[in-house]
Design a protein around this ligand. Structure first.
Ligand code: MAN
Length: 526
């Protein structure tokens, strides 16, 4: 027991000696793995309180290779806690924080090699070398940002001017729209007025045409009736006003299939289910069926099947109507009765028939109404154009062109990038497309969506979404990572996941000098 107490004391002593280091660069005493900014939290004269405040332990427990704090803050210099953080000073280069689980794991994580203190010979100190390289790189980036920032300032100026111009143009367009609306209304009123006069004048013609049509129809009806009546009398051999089966059988015109006799089927065809028909029934049932046969007999038209073969030989036959096309109850001219039917005449929007000739006064009214219609259409078109321009300006003004409008002048600018297989095209704030070098259609990889950088650097990533659907998958999308550069161009295009594209894009618009310096400072403070 005595031996073990002594051993424990010795162990504690050794641990304190072992873990307590003097930082040459800073001359501040602090336990191994502790950064300068946290040094004051580890005072050898006081007990140590875990960062999360859950417990306070004797200072000798710090870095004793046993994890006492839940947050791992008591073991910054050993790998005892899974969540501990080891700080390397990396003099000559950037300080670094690594998970303390990587301490003494046989891998050199810190350039000063302090994470592998158990085997000091394992890692050589490369901080000076790396620091030199990093400083040269940082200097280059700082110079780039500085030079790019001049161009960026110009872009900001132009961007603000562009937005201002757009706002002015929009308000001008709003005024133009009000004016165009007024003109349109005037033209419409004039058109309506002149069309009413035109319609009144045309109505005279329409009425005359309608009268003519009705007269023709009546004449035709009477002609048909007369003809039907004559034919009825022709077959009604005993003049009793009734056409019987016997009387019909005599007329070989009823022998439809020309087999030498009028059989039951033919009788039924012409008489319906009746044994006989009176004159009235003849007119409504028999005559419509009989007339085409009579016409055929008279050579006024031929059967349909004959037509196909003879068509080429006999051009005149084309003018002869076919049985199935005939309307035996009315005039053949019925459907050729001009454009202005009775119903159309009621419709005031129907324009005059240019093929017809009218009296001078009517023609003058037609010409005036035609001109008014043309002017109204022009006014409507002008109005639509203004409205579409307004929509475009509004959409552009709603777009987020960066905190200082630095991206405004880039809207619509298209940049291309070629790899082995494809030509990619990014039209900024519009869309991204891909075209195979072997031909084929352009494939949409996304339309302008939103800025999608992480918090604090929102304007470093653009998202173009809703591209053409991927086969068996979602719609294509493209993320555009923006970097500072003196030119505006695409530097790489990749497809890290199927149908998800990544573009690297450089532009002076991203060379925010002050922001860059701020970022570097906060990075170095780590
Ligand atoms: C095309 C291209 C590719 C994409 C495949 C997915 O070939 O758009 O980029 O990966 O379609 O099927």
């Amino acid at each position: 027991m005595i031996y073990s107490a002594w051993l424990k004391k010795l162990q504690s002593f050794l641990i304190i000696v072992f873990t307590w280091v003097i930082s040459v660069q800073t001359d501040v005493l602090r336990p191994r793995g502790v950064s300068l900014s946290k040094a004051s939290l580890y005072s050898p004269t006081k007990d140590f309180t875990c960062f999360d405040g859950t417990s306070t332990i004797p200072f000798s427990y710090v870095n004793d290779d046993y994890c006492d704090c839940f947050d791992g803050s008591d073991e910054p210099g050993t790998s005892a806690c899974i969540n501990g953080v080891f700080h390397c000073t990396n003099a000559g280069h950037r300080p670094q924080n690594i998970p303390s689980s990587q301490v003494n794991d046989g891998v050199c994580d810190c350039c000063d090699g302090t994470d592998e203190y158990a085997t000091p010979e394992l890692c050589s100190n490369t901080c000076e070398e790396l620091g030199k390289e990093a400083r040269a790189k940082a200097q280059h980036l700082a110079d780039l940002h500085k030079a790019g920032n001049f161009i960026r300032l110009e872009l900001i100026e132009k961007g603000n001017k562009k937005r201002q111009d757009m706002a002015e143009q929009l308000s001008q367009l709003e005024k133009d729209k009000a004016e165009a609306q007024k003109i349109k209304e005037e033209k419409e009123a004039l058109k309506n007025e002149l069309e009413a006069k035109e319609n009144e004048a045309l109505q005279v013609y329409r009425d005359a045409e309608e009268k003519e049509r009705q007269k023709k129809e009546e004449d035709e009806r009477q002609k048909q009736e007369k003809e039907a009546s004559e034919q009825f009398s022709r077959f009604d051999s005993n003049n009793d006003g009734v056409l019987t089966v016997d009387e019909i059988k005599v007329g070989n015109i009823f022998d439809k299939n020309k087999d030498g006799e009028v059989d039951a089927e033919e009788l039924q065809y012409f008489l319906g289910d009746k044994e006989s028909v009176n004159k009235e029934e003849f007119m409504s049932i028999t005559w419509p069926l009989l007339k085409p046969l009579l016409m055929m007999e008279q050579g006024m038209f031929r059967p349909a099947e004959a037509e196909a073969t003879e068509e080429a030989e006999d051009e005149e036959a084309e003018d002869v109507p076919r049985v199935e096309d005939m309307d035996v109850t009315g005039s053949e001219d019925d459907n050729l009765d001009g454009d202005l039917s009775h119903d159309d005449a009621e419709d005031h929007d129907i324009e005059p028939d240019n093929s017809k000739s009218y009296d001078d006064e009517t023609q003058k009214l037609i010409d005036e109404a035609t001109e008014a219609r043309r002017q109204f259409m022009d006014a409507e078109r002008a109005m639509r154009e203004i409205e579409s321009n307004i929509r475009n300006f509004q959409q552009n003004l709603e777009k987020d062109y960066g905190l200082q409008q630095e991206y405004a002048t880039l809207d619509g600018q298209c940049l291309e990038y070629e790899d082995k297989e494809y030509i990619y095209k990014l039209c900024l704030f519009q869309k991204v497309t891909q075209k195979s070098k072997n031909g084929g259609m352009e494939v949409g990889l996304g339309d302008w969506g939103e800025w999608a950088g992480e918090e604090g650097s929102k304007y470093s990533v653009m998202k173009y979404s809703n591209g053409v659907a991927c086969w068996n998958g979602p719609n294509r999308i493209t993320m555009v990572n923006i970097h500072c550069g003196l030119e505006t161009k695409l530097t790489s295009v990749t497809e890290p996941y199927r149908c998800e594209y990544k573009i690297d894009f450089i532009t002076p618009a991203a060379c925010d000098d002050s922001n860059y310096m701020q970022q570097q400072t906060s990075h170095d403070e780590l």
